[in-house]
Design a protein. Sequence first.
Length: 283
Amino acid sequence: MPELPEVEVLVRYLAPVLRNKVVRSVVVRKVKVSRPTTERGLRAVLVGARFVGLARRGKYLVFTLRRPGRAGEVTVTGHLGMTGRMFLLPKRAPLPKHAVVVLGLGRNNFVYEDPRQFGRFTLDDSAVRALGPEPWDEGFSVVAFHAALRRSAQAIKVKLLDQSLVAGIGNIYASEALFRAGLSPRRVARRVKADEVARLHAAIREVLAEAIECGSTIPLDFAGGGKRDGLFYYGAVEGNSAFYQERLRVYDRAGQPCVNCAAPIQRLVQAARSTFYCPQCQR
């Protein structure tokens, strides 16, 4: 599932592509992804509106549009779910089989493709409003982080997935941050000591920033063509083999040697999700 870095990379690429494009038509092929907003509701708000901004909030994309002759701006909340992609496609090109929302923008269509339909494209912003601070916000200080952890009896790995604690961290980067901080994913959150909280706080920022930096070097293919390379938000450009592979140190590496001590990486299930860790480095 895409997490903060992947969504940030997509937002940085899509923002200039969409800027000043006018929505001329709206088609919702699967109403599930727009609920509680209906297709009629989206069309009434978006047709004639111009894209003026796109930002990331946690794992969400927040599209901002301005309607002619009307004060204020409207926002659309997007989420890629587990299998979503958002890209521009030439108007004459056939739509992907799993396109769930299509906005006509003149020469191009904005396509939201989502085979499993777990994502969102809606006027409802309640999920965004419920998010905690961003990892680089002043509100996510070491002191505030420690205070929040001291109130929780959950395992630290599970607590990191709480989007009201800090927005954007998911299963992959929670495992990666805990490994870099040398903390067991089983440790009860309220028992994490002050110096360990500081290490984890720094590791969260470090692993997310590194993933964003590396992901930003990838040429995204918004035509949706080419052979897929396994990362959710783009298709491989034909003839280009120099793609960044996420430098994950523990996630999805069960049985492989730890990069620090060579002990086999182990996997356990927490809150119905896989956790990967080194039993030696994260005692």
